[in-house]
Design a protein around this ligand. Structure first.
Ligand code: NAD
Length: 473
């Protein structure tokens, strides 16, 4: 069998690339070992976790209604129904992708793919899906093989009490006590879900703060909330050993805030992900890989092998679905001869906890590392009418501004629904907007999105919902 474009991986990067290529007239095949399209994001990542986080958030909001004099009593949770509801979301979306592939005549091959050479994939059947041909020849191949959870040798036990993000999303039960190793995206999102369902959640994080790398003033309101919702948060601490005790996992800690052993009903390890670049036969091509296993590409997503491109998690940080999809489209547009490059000024990131944290463009942390002089302008949500009305005043919206020009370099938001607000900042940063542009654009009142305009007004000394005049601007 021969195609113009073979795509390895049916995740958000892979299917976006394949579908756009088909729309541009190419003959395309996607190869994925999974029986359904969608990749980790749709099948066992972003989407199922957001379905569960929706339930967690609604439960928290219902509880908060007590402040309004409305009480419903304790929730009754039917895990089977919750699991089925989450699966329905996934099935609807993956079914939609199958339809979209069919309408575009994109061939979806269920198989494990390995490069035989720079223009041939050797296919190995998976499950009971027979293969028409065990070789797929291509003019170009886009590698979109994603990433897998990193394991820690000290906590690698043959027990189902030990979970990774995939098994945690299956909601096997609501453990009485749950230890989460790693205070990053996955640890905090899944901790939020399990704490809402009733587990006593403890987090152990090896660095001195949750979400390392994220600006501290954005993390602060979340850390405060999780400090109340979780049983414990142990920072500067590592897990040095774990033992399966049958009815529990016994974990040994060594660190600043926790020492000794403690038993947990379940342990979730979420300490990062590594690129899926091994076992693909890349040694039979000219593709180059760096020391961390990431495939090296140029700004058009081309590897050192002229027939092979790479996108998404396997091609480098940040490992985010929307970055993968964007790179997929750049790769295909490049193959179609368009003058494109992957050179974003702002890749948004969102941690879907409650409150959410979202940022785009330059962060304060990064500016410090790069010794860049930036000015900061922030608007605390306590001064927002909408935040007061919905009882979510812990939020903060901030802009990082280039002093000489007033250009917006970065944005950070912590607060209810921050992930929905960051899109405006992405457009502003990408289009080279200034604080003046943001302040002059009329934002709808009363909304939380208004805080983006208000934070710009603060910079100019023209915010009237705060007392922060600056005579020179
Ligand atoms: P992460 O990099 O976000 O966090 C891992 C955390 O584990 C870090 O805080 C790290 O310091 C800590 N850690 C590492 N080794 C440890 C050890 N031995 N003991 C204790 N702590 C340790 O990784 P993740 O949460 O596993 O998520 C993986 C990736 O998946 C993320 O980087 C992100 O790209 C993606 N993701 C994104 C979202 C989202 O966009 N909302 C959600 C989930 C995952």
């Amino acid at each position: 069998m021969e195609v113009q474009l073979a795509v390895i991986g049916g995740g958000p990067g892979g299917y976006a690339a394949a579908f756009l290529a088909a729309d541009l007239g190419m003959r395309v095949a996607i190869v994925d070992a999974e029986p359904r399209l969608g990749g980790v994001c749709l099948l066992r990542g972003c989407i199922p976790s957001k379905a569960l986080l929706h339930a967690a958030k609604t439960m928290a909001e219902v509880e908060q209604l007590a402040e309004w004099g409305v009480s419903f009593g304790s929730p009754a949770i039917d895990l089977d129904v919750m699991r089925a509801r989450k699966q329905k979301v996934v099935s609807t979306l993956t079914g939609g992708l199958a339809q979209l592939a069919k309408r575009r005549k994109v061939q979806v091959i269920r198989a494990r793919a390995m490069f035989g050479d720079s223009q041939t994939l050797r296919l190995e059947a998976v499950g009971d899906s027979p293969l028409e041909d065990d070789r797929l020849r291509f003019e170009h191949c886009i590698l979109a093989s994603g990433s897998s959870p990193t394991k820690i040798p000290a906590v690698d036990l043959p027990t189902d009490r030990l979970m990774n993000s995939t098994t945690a999303l299956e909601l096997p039960d609501v453990p009485d006590s749950l230890l989460i190793v790693g205070g990053g995206y996955i640890g905090l999102e899944m901790g939020t879900v399990y704490a809402a369902l009733g587990s006593r959640v403890s987090v152990v994080e090896m660095t001195d703060g949750l979400l390392p790398g994220v600006d501290r003033n954005l993390v602060k309101p979340l850390a405060k909330k999780l400090g109340a919702d979780f049983e414990a948060i142990w920072l500067d601490t590592k897990v040095t050993a774990a033992a399966d005790k049958g009815d529990a996992v016994e974990v040994t800690f060594q660190g600043e805030t926790k020492q000794g052993t403690e038993r947990f009903d379940r342990v979730l390890v979420a300490v990062g992900r590594r690129p899926n670049s091994s076992g693909l036969g890349l040694e039979n091509t000219r593709v180059e890989i760096d020391a961390n296993g990431f495939v090296q590409t140029d700004a058009r997503q081309r590897t050192a092998d002229e027939h092979i491109l790479a996108i998404g998690d396997v091609a480098g940080e940040p490992m985010l679905a929307h970055k993968a999809a964007h790179q997929g489209k750049v790769a295909v547009a490049g193959l179609a001869g368009e003058p494109v490059e992957f050179a974003p000024l702002a890749i948004p990131a969102v941690v879907f906890t409650d409150p959410e944290i979202a940022w785009a463009g330059l962060t304060e942390t990064q500016a410090k590392v790069e010794e860049r002089t930036v000015e900061l302008s922030q608007f605390p949500w306590a001064a927002s009418g909408r935040a007061q009305a919905v009882g979510r005043t812990e939020g903060l919206t901030k802009w990082l501004v280039e002093p000489e020009t007033g250009r917006l370099l970065g944005c950070g938001i912590v607060g209810h629904g921050a992930g929905e607000l960051i899109g405006e900042a992405v457009v502003a940063i990408e289009r080279g907007a200034t604080v003046g542009d943001l302040a002059e654009a009329i934002h709808p009142h009363p909304t939380l999105g208004e805080t983006l305009g208000a934070a710009a007004e603060v910079y100019l000394g023209r915010a009237t919902d705060l007392y922060k005049p600056k005579r020179n601007r």
